[in-house]
Design a protein around this ligand. Structure first.
Ligand code: URA
Length: 210
């Protein structure tokens, strides 16, 4: 999966995404749809999780049965919109450890600056899934992955709802080892860094702010 971008074109994902894009969709529906799509995307991004066999006993006999191997995965939300994707993954992988990365943009340098960083231990032994619904410029995503690599993460995947071609290119250039899974790649960014046609500000739509 390394270096790849996977667009999950499943009809349920695409139908729900259309509902999310519509400007009159209420915040509660927006959050619910994001949770549902995230679950479907998480199914795809966890496809290659390592497995092992263990002996179990069915009501009829003993057998060797497949089970997830190694440390549980680390799920890392880029604040604040990433939080809207946590529940969808956690419903599928309830044992996942959860981390948070907070970044703001320095208005002078335009570079992302860290204001919060709290992640699970033993990152080097875990599959790390970074979630942020909008891969726009790619600045915060690439910076978050930089921080996670400095903290020891070796096996990182990036899960988003919508991507801009600019953001995908940025991530592929900065972190070619990090596969991306998304529901769609839209046309372009506008001058303010919003994805077109997009769905607006994901955080505002999720939390009813503005
Ligand atoms: N972040 C958002 O919430 N929306 C965009 O279109 C781009 C970045």
């Amino acid at each position: 999966m390394s270096g790849t971008v996977t667009v999950v074109d499943h009809p349920l994902v695409q139908h729900k995404l259309t509902l999310m894009r519509e400007k009159d969709t209420a915040s509660a529906d927006f959050r619910q749809l994001l949770r549902e799509i995230t679950m479907l995307l998480a199914y795809e991004i966890t496809r290659e999780m390592p497995m092992t066999m263990r002996e179990i006993e069915t009501p009829l006999e003993r057998m060797q049965a497949p089970t997830l191997a190694g440390r549980t995965l680390a799920l890392v939300s880029i604040l604040r919109a990433g939080n809207g994707m946590l529940d969808g993954v956690l419903q599928l992988v309830p044992q996942a450890r959860v981390g948070f990365v907070g970044l703001y943009r320095d208005e002078a340098t335009l570079q992302p600056v860290q204001y919060y960083f709290k992640v699970p231990d033993a990152l080097d032994e875990r599959l790390v899934i970074v979630v942020d619904p909008m891969l726009a410029t790619g600045n915060s995503s690439a910076a978050a992955v930089d921080l996670l690599k400095k903290a020891g993460a070796r096996n990182i995947r990036f899960l988003c709802l919508l991507a801009a071609p600019e953001g995908v290119a940025h991530m592929q250039q900065a972190h070619p080892d990090v596969p991306i899974v998304t529901a769609a790649i839209d046309r372009q960014l506008n001058e303010k860094g919003y994805i077109l046609p997009g769905l607006g500000d994901a955080g505002d739509r999720m939390f009813g702010t503005r």
